[in-house]
Write a protein that binds this ligand. Sequence first.
Ligand SMILES: [Zn+2]
Length: 243
Amino acid sequence: MTSPRTLLVISAHAGDFVWRAGGAIALATSRGERAKVVCLSYGERGESAKAWRAGRTLQEIKAIRREEAEHAAAALGAEIEFLDAGDYPLVESRELVDRLVGVYREVVPDVVLTHPMADPYNGDHPAAARMALQARVLAQAIGYDAPGEPLGAPPVFFFEPHQPEQCDFKPDVLLDITPVFGAKRKAMECLPAQQHMWDYYTDLARRRGVQLKRNAGPNLGLAHDTIGEAYMRLYPQVTDVLS
Ligand SMILES: [Zn+2]
């Protein structure tokens, strides 16, 4: 028996994986695959404005965001790990990259999802992407000193940023998340600290669903109403069948 496929999601802040990749995660787990989310920080300083306005302390905010993200991950059927590296700024370090190498060697992902390399609105997102990509390459090196076997070359997909046009994000993969959108919405609702995002990302999923249909067509057997998530590939697709 081969072991089930695994999906690794590396996100800068506690909520990012939900808005941008919740559908991909729910799809994977609905097929019995393993999905692991790594949050480099809790988004405690930069993405928790509501809690700061309510007068919460830094420690309280971290605890709130952690609990919310744990609930969201559970709603998607995913494991979650927090590296508590701090945000705004998320500082890149050799130690943090090394911890990610350990994650790669332990999870042995078949697919990796992370932020795109550019985001002029949020420096933490590209910082997370750079560390995620560097760790993937280091984990492939037989001579790199970390437990486990050297990694293969899992494909990397960038998930959709909040302002795609400014982040050089042009979708080349539209993922049909129609059957699991209920789970994604439920996961979004686990994040009341960012309630303003629920409807925004529901609308975005509907728009991506319309584009998805436009690029496939009912003759491929797609349902009339589709919901989607957009991704960009970093490396070329490897296949022996073009369509
Ligand atoms: Zn973020």
